[in-house]
Design a protein around this ligand. Sequence first.
Ligand code: B12
Ligand code: SF4
Ligand code: SF4
Length: 393
Amino acid sequence: MGFPSAVAAGPSNAFAPELAHAAMTLEERLLEQAHQLGFDLAGIAAAQPSDQYVLYRAWLEAGYAGELAYLYKHAEARRDLSQLYAPAQAVVMVALNYNPGPEAPSGGLARYARTADYHLVLRERLKKLGGWLREQVPEAWGRVCVDTAPLLERDFARRAGLGWQAKNTMLIHPRLGSWFVLGALLVNLPLQPSAPFTKMHCGTCTRCLDACPTGAFVAPQVLDARRCISTWTIELRRPLHNHEATQLHGWLFGCDICQEVCPWNRKAPRAELLVPRQDLVGLDPAELLLLDEAAFRARFEGTALYPRPGRPVVLRNAALLLGQAGDPAALTVLRRAAAEDEALIAEAARWAIARIEAKTSPQESIAIPLLSGNQSAESSQEPSCNAEPTSTP
Ligand code: B12
Ligand code: SF4
Ligand code: SF4
């Protein structure tokens, strides 16, 4: 668990690293240790209530969280950190770059999901960071949070100096852009906070707001999650409504459009640790539909696709994409999928078959069945991940 003390680098202490190291504060050594562990950014925020909690509540009350039930369920803990970890006095925020750089087509897989599951990678390294802290201060205790805990991660990251929360709601760092994921180590020590990020560098730009193909931004920094492709393809475990199924814009899992257009990502450096797995590049929806549960597991274990949201959600999305593409060559694989036991996949496959047949049939009378998600305007069904977000970032 523990790591040897970091050695300070740089010309001024090149000949006496241990002396320079001794002169560093605990906070400086902790942040340096975070960099040694591979984190691209690290900073410290005080474990005080977030002043953005008011905005969070207003967002919930406006209904923008839609079916993301876990956001309502643990709302209060987002204000009061002690509900998450009673002795918390400081929050060490870290970021890990996942930018794959220009590469082969992804088959509609969002960039963050093309690597090993970032939850596992961050968790493991944050535990090591906690172990290192404990070696320095034996009374130190902490709790690791990556994504799934009710913590306003981007707000704490901004307060820890990692970047600004941009118009597309992403946290952006001037050098890294926004292709990074966040994690937190809540600690019981009163660590000195880093300088917060106070400036917003979006200026008059509105590229992300204009590029979103589903019009999910209701205002700068306000995303209506009910209209986001990322919600539909990762979070919802029900059949998608017609207006959702027909607006996936080629995305199999997640969506990166509002980041792809951002000028701050143009010169973003490539990831060194969270690099794309070759078997996740260029996924073919028709091929995916041939995977049974065991084959799916063998292919995706250790990624953000398995165990959750898992085969039903990913293959539902694959079938819907094939239906949208309208290629009759996909009919064989879709017919096979339509006969399978997993209702989410079978229903999406039937919808896709009807779409393709309607497109290719000379008769215009073929009716495309409505997906069962259309039976009510808003599904009352909670996503099965209602306790916590799962693979979502
Ligand atoms: C729920 C969730 C989602 C939802 C909702 C997204 C959203 N924007 O809220 C969905 C499923 C859509 C989603 C999508 C994605 N997500 Co997500 N998601 C989360 C999660 C679990 C909670 C976020 C949250 O609390 N949202 C609630 C809203 C209210 O928060 P917010 O948008 O940040 O709002 C703040 C400000 O905008 C402001 N605000 C709100 N209203 C108003 C109004 C006004 C007028 C103003 C000025 C400000 C303002 O205050 C709010 C509170 O701080 C976090 C992990 C975590 N525990 O924090 C990851 C997280 C935010 N997601 C992440 C990622 C990577 C993604 C995707 C890129 C994945 C993908 N490729 O598909 C997309 C990006 C879509 C986008 N543009 O946000 C990363 C973001 C890293 C980064 N660099 O910012 C996180 C931090 C996960 C992680 N551990 O790394 N996600
Ligand atoms: S992730 Fe895609 S759908 Fe969601 S807000 Fe960004 S561009 Fe729109
Ligand atoms: S595209 Fe423009 S407005 Fe959107 S986040 Fe990037 S800089 Fe900000």
